[in-house]
Design a protein around this ligand. Structure first.
Ligand code: PMP
Length: 359
């Protein structure tokens, strides 16, 4: 007789698995990882020192309330501490947001394609994912999203700029959309790539949150701040949303190392802005070169670019790998390539040039 296995929730059936960006192959030709939208720079000044000093207390639990980091964030962004919540990366906070708002029978809406964690965290909570296709230009279709709202909708993610297309929605269209969404539906502006935005028409979500109690902003230390490995992100939201996030967060989810490093990074903002500026220059160079080579690239406001390659996606990703750069393929759709070190970007551009000639 076969023994019964533990019963698991039906909601877990069919949950897609998160595919992390592949690492660069060890021992191959010079290999660069352009598959996870990481920052190519080492930690900001002060971060290593704070990490070494936090290491002396690894036998202790971290400060569960993240007091120092919350105070620093409150000062930096001009928001009350009660409106802040931290988590293990912004994906951890996003999961708490879904768990705080949606369960079986409820709907969570987002554009598609967008950040691949949205369907996963939605299905884990038992809610129904409602995916609204991007426009032909790979931008959020906010009109279609407003029309898709039902009385079951509990949360809407607007990924701005969008991962993996890099496109951003502008103030007027976002405000128009928010005017149409009922005020008891939480709208989450996921601004993981905020610091890379250069289009002046793209609004700062924190300005929008101030005016609208149903808007929450998600930010992370993983991208511009270069702390992806430490896992710390945060939300800015009104009560009672911020309070719900603090209730649903995994206790002690943000290590002391991560808290201290985040504070040190916030205090090195000049240096941060310099680095982000260099990456944005590289983004412009890469995008302009691609256009010269004959590619159509959506305007990226993030630290990556999107090539809609359709059926050629896998071939292109393989060609990149052969040349020493690992990119992120979405089979049948396209490739997302992070803006990395100049040499890595050059290698990518060599592949795009050769590939374009073959198309
Ligand atoms: N939001 C978006 C749009 C992302 O692309 C990512 C990272 N890929 C995250 C959130 C999560 O980042 P983290 O958990 O490292 O803060």
């Amino acid at each position: 007789m076969t023994e019964k296995t533990p019963r698991l929730r039906d909601a877990l059936d069919g949950i897609p698995t998160y595919k992390p960006g592949r690492p660069a192959a060890a021992g191959g030709p010079v290999a660069y990882k352009l598959s996870s939208n990481e920052n190519p720079y080492p930690p900001l000044p002060g971060v290593m020192e704070s990490a070494v000093s936090a290491a002396a207390s690894f036998n202790r639990y971290p400060d569960m309330a993240c007091t120092g980091l919350m105070a620093e964030l409150s000062d930096r962004f001009g928001v009350p501490v009660e409106h802040l919540a931290t988590g293990t990366g912004s994906v951890g906070v996003a999961q708490s947001l879904v768990q705080s708002t949606a369960g079986p029978g409820d709907e969570v809406m987002y554009a598609w394609r967008s950040f691949e964690a949205y369907p996963i965290i939605t299905q884990i909570s038992g809610a129904r994912p409602v995916q609204v296709p991007l426009t032909a230009g790979d931008v959020h279709d906010l009109d279609a999203m407003a029309e898709a709202v039902t009385d079951r909708t509990r949360l809407i993610f607007v990924c701005n700029p969008n991962n993996p297309t890099g496109t951003a929605v502008r103030r007027a269209e976002l405000e128009r959309f928010l005017d149409r969404v009922p005020t008891d539906v939480l709208v989450v502006l996921d601004e993981a790539y905020k610091e890379f935005i250069r289009d002046p028409e793209v609004p700062d979500g924190i300005g929008i949150y101030r005016e609208r109690p149903n808007v929450c902003v998600l930010r992370t230390f993983s991208k511009a701040y270069g702390l992806a490995g430490l896992r710390v992100g945060f939300a800015v939201a009104h009560e009672p949303v911020a309070a719900a996030l603090r209730k649903t967060a995994v206790p002690f989810g943000v290590s002391q190392l991560a808290q201290d490093a985040a504070v040190a990074s916030l205090r090195s903002e000049d240096e941060l802005l310099g680095r982000v500026g260099s990456l944005v220059c590289e983004r412009t160079r890469v995008a302009q070169t691609l256009v010269k080579q004959g590619w159509t690239v959506p305007d990226s406001q993030a630290n990556f670019i999107w090539l809609r390659l359709g059926k050629r996606t896998a071939d292109f990703a393989a060609a990149c790998e052969k040349a020493g750069v690992v990119v992120r393929p979405f089979p049948g759709e396209g490739v997302r390539a992070t803006i990395g070190e100049t040499e890595a970007n050059d290698l990518l551009l060599r592949v795009t040039e050769a590939f374009r000639k073959e198309l």
